[in-house]
Design a protein around this ligand. Sequence first.
Ligand code: SIN
Ligand code: MN
Length: 200
Amino acid sequence: MALLRVRGFEIRKSYLDGSRQRALVDCLRPVLKAAPLFSPEVPRGGKMSVRMTSAGQFGWFSDAKGYRYAERHPRGTNWPAIPAEVLEIWHDVTGLERAPDCCLLNYYGEGARMGLHQDKDEADFSFPVVSISLGDDGMFRIGGETRGGKTESIWLNSGDVVVMGGAARLTYHGVDRIRFQSSRLLPKGGRINLTLRVVT
Ligand code: SIN
Ligand code: MN
């Protein structure tokens, strides 16, 4: 396990070993069953290439009206609870007592990507965002506090955990591409990224 710092992001390489990665995938199955993946619309029109769902009191959501948190899945049901195994990672890497109230699950299939953005739909930026990567490798791009300017890229591999907090909480970031089927963790390939956030 190595700790890298890139532009204020704390990147814990191989934080989860293979058996913890498999345990995490197992605890996400009932979440995906209760709250199936959907393809959010973006305000500008069109759909995101990443499919997503959430666990916790709030789920992140996007449609023609904008980006926001919602208390229900588009199907109208409450989001399932955040699994204990996921919460444990949050408490360990942040040292916080307060639990996150959203776990966004992004699924990147072949060709999916996520453009550079800031996570800024939350009420209090003093809480970090914690990201957990599972499955295929993803090329993670880190910019600055404003759009434009130089960026740095780093491959995130299965089991890596990133803490985006402190002065870097509003740093632009995105995923350029994945190496489809570079990992055998997920039976159909692809990459899962979980982000844990305090919303209210
Ligand atoms: C995100 O910024 O919401 C996802 C980041 C990632 O997939 O690594
Ligand atoms: Mn983000």
